[in-house]
Design a protein around this ligand. Structure first.
Ligand SMILES: *Cc1c(COP(=O)(O)O)cnc(C)c1O
Length: 405
């Protein structure tokens, strides 16, 4: 399918290019020392990870440990209530550890094992990526250092406990604002010193090349399964698909199964409390081009051009940029990016729980809210939503801040 001059038959061969660019977005903006480390990972990825043995082992792990394939569910009662459009959900909430993140963490940790590394290193904000990577590290018997700001450590006690139970070493970052940005810097610094024995495992389709490529490819399983399952269930493709976008990993993997199909694709960013800078994390909608954390993309900046403060009710979506591939797909018009605010998200959170018996992650509830909106606007057809994770982690927060609706 040719769309806006891009041939989506050969898209995955051409994007990103050899230097990690999706059009003008992406690249590898790191120190000389880290450039060597990135080249080592890139080389390993294109040899080891494409080998028959690696692919077979990852496939077996996905089935026997992660519990894949995750199902596609028809949201029958919710669809009936909204009108004539049929809503479906790809159930990443049923992936082991409760979200899509384990898909790329298992791939990254398996790559570490094949490369002979002894340790995986990462940063975490809300702790979800830290828990997923600690899970993978325990499975493969790798050491695991997770860098986390002091403020986040206090706020995210249950995830800190999970990481420790899984055997990870949580390294407290005590400088600056003591949150995600400082944790990223500290983790990269540690990696520059340790890359002979360790590998950095990024949490989304972000960071310097080759991470946006690697994470998308390890998440491709979501889109591939969803397309096959949906067409088997219904005999046709969905008219539209929807996923939430923070860094953009669940969306990138899910979308990658449908880019070459006549399917409308929607990526949903968090509008939080509203469009004022600081009240949201809708970077693709309100941001401008810029380089941060080693890659060029669309980002939200403050008056000095630094990454701006962001906010969302969903802690997994509050990042001031999105992966370079999303910036590119937006520019090409292949994916439409839109926003959902906190209120709509919480409504959708309860609606899915009450109508379908599924408590979604607040991140995923952004996609559910948009799917419900589409269902009301369309006269017929079908919408497939990527339910990126389960809401167990969010229940205390929702009850405390919103009560029972
Ligand atoms: C982390 C997280 C997200 C956001 O990350 P992406 O890279 O944008 O997918 C979305 N949903 C859940 C459940 C998460 O844990």
């Amino acid at each position: 399918m040719i769309y806006n001059g891009i041939d989506f038959d050969t898209y995955f061969k051409n994007y990103p290019d050899q230097n990690g660019y999706f059009g003008k977005y992406g690249g590898c903006f790191v120190s000389e020392e880290l450039t060597k480390a990135m080249q080592e990972i890139t080389e390993a990825y294109f040899t080891i990870a494409q080998s028959r043995q690696f692919i077979a082992e990852l496939r077996r792990i996905r089935k026997e440990f992660q519990g894949r394939p995750t199902p596609v569910s028809h949201l029958e009662r919710l669809s009936r209530k909204l009108g004539n459009v049929q809503l479906y959900a790809k159930r990443e909430d049923l992936n082991h550890s409760g979200a899509h993140k384990l898909n790329h963490c298992m791939g990254e940790a398996l790559l570490a094992k094949y490369m002979g590394k002894k340790k995986v290193i990462a940063e975490t904000g809300a702790g979800q990526h830290g828990v997923a990577l600690a899970t993978a590290a325990a499975y493969f018997g790798l050491e695991c250092d997770i860098y986390m700001g002091s403020v986040d450590i206090k706020k995210q006690a249950p995830n800190v406990a999970r990481m420790k139970i899984l055997g990870a070493n949580v390294v407290e970052v005590t400088h600056g604002l003591q949150t995600l940005k400082e944790a990223v810097d500290a983790a990269f610094e540690a990696y520059a010193n340790e890359y002979h024995d360790a590998i950095y495992c990024i949490g989304s389709v972000l960071g310097p090349h080759p991470f946006p490529l690697i994470v998308r490819d390890f998440q491709h399983v979501v889109g591939e399964e969803a397309r096959e399952q949906f067409t088997e269930m219904t005999g046709h493709l969905p008219d539209a698909i929807v996923a939430c976008v923070g860094g953009g990993s669940n969306a990138a993997g899910f979308f990658s199964g449908f880019l070459n199909d006549p399917v409308e694709i929607y990526g949903i960013e968090p509008l939080g409390r509203g469009p004022k800078l600081g009240d949201h994390a809708a970077s693709l909608k309100y941001g401008t081009e810029g380089v941060m954390h080693g890659f060029n993309s669309i980002m939200l900046k403050d008056e000095n051009g630094d990454p701006a403060p962001v906010y969302s009710v969903a802690s997994g979506l509050d990042y001031p940029s999105s992966g370079p591939e999303h910036a590119f797909l937006q520019e090409m018009g292949r994916v439409k990016y839109d926003v959902i605010n906190d209120e709509e998200t919480i409504d959708a959170f309860f609606e899915l729980a009450r109508m379908e018996g599924i408590i979604p992650a607040i991140e995923s509830a952004h996609a559910v809210a948009y799917g419900m909106k589409l269902a009301k606007q369309m006269s017929h057809g079908s919408v497939l939503i990527n339910l990126s994770g389960r809401g167990d982690k969010d229940m205390d927060y929702v009850i405390e801040h919103y009560g029972i609706r």
